[in-house]
Design a protein around this ligand. Structure first.
Ligand code: GLC
Ligand code: MG
Length: 256
């Protein structure tokens, strides 16, 4: 058994095929493997937007959706987000005040309202330098907020609670589902995917169209760098995993 936690845009979804390549491949895998693999989308899109996309594309229905860069977890068919995760993110998070503070810095332009959520303040900031981002993070800390900055595609800046991000949400969900991280495969193409790809126990797939920050990052355990792009790259990585399951991966270091 494995569980695939995959980013959507630029990873399993491209507008040119409307998710068909991945949809077809996943359907075949379901028939080929027993037990059938499980699917979780792990995306920067909002929950509503993700559900809309699934409905209007060939993307298969997932069991769970991690949306808003790990700021929300939701089960298929549930009317709202998974409350234990929201409760986990709440302490010390002041969305409106943090959003106002970033706006006052006059560094970045706010993303549209539908990209903001209770635990995610999102901005456009082209070519922000690592130093400028570190300075902003420090400014937030000086105000008493333990926020984290996630920068993707040299443009998208997400400010999240310290405990959020795609990787932490995936860890939380795996624990809830009693799935070992060694049975988890992750796939992505941009900066916000880093936190899930760097989980040491998982099998990580980086598609060939991934941004350089991801392709050039060094990881604690080997990652599969596909030679194909997007859905074909994910397929390539999954086939490699199925053909030759990697050696047992190290357990995560004890954070204490
Ligand atoms: C998606 C989201 C956007 C976010 C970006 C990077 O495009 O809609 O809000 O900034 O992913 O995480
Ligand atoms: Mg992407």
């Amino acid at each position: 058994m494995f569980l695939l936690s995959t980013d959507i845009d630029g990873t399993v979804y491209e507008p040119r095929d409307n998710g068909q390549l991945f949809g077809d491949y996943w359907a075949k895998l379901q028939g080929r493997l027993t037990p059938a693999p499980r699917l979780v989308y792990n995306t920067g899109r909002s929950l509503a937007d993700t559900r809309r996309l699934i409905e209007h594309s060939h993307l298969p229905d997932p069991e769970w959706i991690i949306s808003g860069v790990g700021s929300t977890i939701a089960q298929r068919g549930a009317s709202g987000p998974f409350a234990p995760w929201s409760e986990h993110l709440s302490p010390g998070w002041e969305q409106a005040a943090i959003h106002d503070y970033i706006g006052q810095q006059d560094l970045a332009q706010a993303q549209p309202a539908e990209c903001q959520s209770s635990f995610k303040s999102s901005w456009f900031w082209e070519n922000a330098s690592p130093e400028a981002l570190a300075q902003l993070e420090q400014g937030l800390r000086a105000q008493g907020w333990e926020a984290q900055l996630v920068y993707s595609s040299q443009r998208d800046l997400d400010i999240l609670p310290k405990r959020a991000n795609k990787g932490n949400a995936l860890r939380f969900l795996a624990q809830e589902l009693v799935v070992s991280l060694r049975e988890v495969i992750v796939a992505g193409d941009s900066g916000n995917d880093l936190s899930m790809i760097e989980i040491p126990e998982v099998f990580g797939i980086i598609v060939n169209n991934a941004e350089s920050s991801l392709r050039e990052a060094s990881f604690a355990s080997p990652r599969y760098l596909a030679s194909e792009e997007s859905a074909l790259g994910v397929q390539e990585g999954l086939e490699s995993f199925l053909e030759k399951p990697p050696l047992p991966r190290p357990a995560a270091a004890d954070p204490c």
